[in-house]
Design a protein around this ligand. Structure first.
Ligand SMILES: Nc1ncnc2c1ncn2[C@@H]1O[C@H](COP(=O)(O)OP(=O)(O)OP(=O)(O)O)[C@@H](O)[C@H]1O
Ligand SMILES: [Mg+2]
Length: 270
């Protein structure tokens, strides 16, 4: 494999979640984290998942990533059943989860460790490309602890992008950042998504963020975790988080989220 090949845009994958349910049993209770989830995400689509804490969003992402298995149902990636994690589906978490003993370059190279067919020099070239894409080429040799929160998330993004996945799974990646830093990243992630053609599944608590980034916004409710509604966002890109049109969407989505009645299971228990 060459550097050129390692950087070639691979066709994004289609993800299908079919009838996925998952419960967790602890000493004191059984939690129905997900109940009969059906979701189709097309090739190259940007889908955002929103819903209150505990409605199973992270559980669903982990199942799609192959990090956890469902109790019933299955996930298909381009028609193939997902049975474990794979290089085609990379995850980016809320906490950057960088390795503090490696510098910026080392962290991005780590994502390329398992990439076959590249020698060390070629791996550095690929890592340089992604550091440039996220605007961090100047801090390539900085230690992780010297970076701001926004920069750390950019490193995490470069590390997730470097193996050239077809699907990017993002769990509240900007949740811990201030509003201004987040706004910059909204612009960047839209540009990167357009340049690198990925299917993106993105979880957030922030409805405006979901409307800004998503082709579709999927609404969840908890106990048990279910999909309740979806909104298609047709605004042209790049979108401005502060635009009036976007505010209309976020008002409508917020009203829908607030309108969900408590789930049946919970009512019955009370
Ligand atoms: N490993 C686990 N063991 C026991 N319960 C779990 C486990 N993982 C998740 N849960 C429970 O499953 C439910 C869904 O959790 P999940 O983390 O998927 O929610 P979430 O929508 O991502 O919430 P948040 O928005 O707070 O991140 C919660 O009630 C949670 O307590
Ligand atoms: Mg979560």
């Amino acid at each position: 494999m060459s550097v050129e090949h390692a950087l070639t845009n691979l066709p994004p994958e289609r993800i299908e979640v079919n009838g996925v349910s998952k419960s967790f049993s602890t000493k004191h209770r059984v939690v129905a984290a997900l109940d009969s989830i059906n979701l189709k995400v097309s090739e190259g689509e940007f889908v955002c998942l929103v819903g209150q804490s505990g409605c199973g969003k992270s559980t669903l992402l982990n199942i799609i990533a192959g990090l956890e298995s469902p109790d019933s149902g299955r996930v298909l990636a381009n028609g193939e059943v997902v049975t474990g994690p794979g290089r085609d589906r990379m995850v980016m978490f809320q906490e950057h989860a960088l390795f503090p003993w490696l510098d910026v370059m080392g962290n991005v190279l780590f994502g390329l460790k398992l990439k076959p067919g590249l020698n060390d020099k070629e791996r550095v070239e690929v890592a340089e490309y992604y550091l440039q894409l996220v605007g961090l080429e100047k801090v390539r040799h900085s230690n992780v602890h010297e970076l701001s929160g926004g920069m750390k998330q950019r490193v995490a993004l470069a590390r997730a992008l470097a193996p050239n996945p077809r699907v990017l799974i993002m769990d509240e990646p900007f949740g811990a950042l201030d509003a201004l830093t987040r706004e910059q990243l909204y612009g960047d992630i839209q540009k990167i998504w357009q340049a690198r053609r990925k299917t993106i599944i993105f979880v957030t608590h922030n409805v405006r963020e979901a409307a800004c980034l998503g082709d579709r916004v999927i609404l969840f409710s908890p106990n048990p975790g279910r999909i309740r509604r979806e909104f298609v966002v047709t605004l042209p890109r790049p979108r401005d988080i502060n635009s009036v049109e976007l505010a209309h969407y976020s008002t409508e989505i917020t009203a829908a989220l607030k309108g969900f009645t408590p789930a049946e299971g919970k009512e019955a228990a009370e």
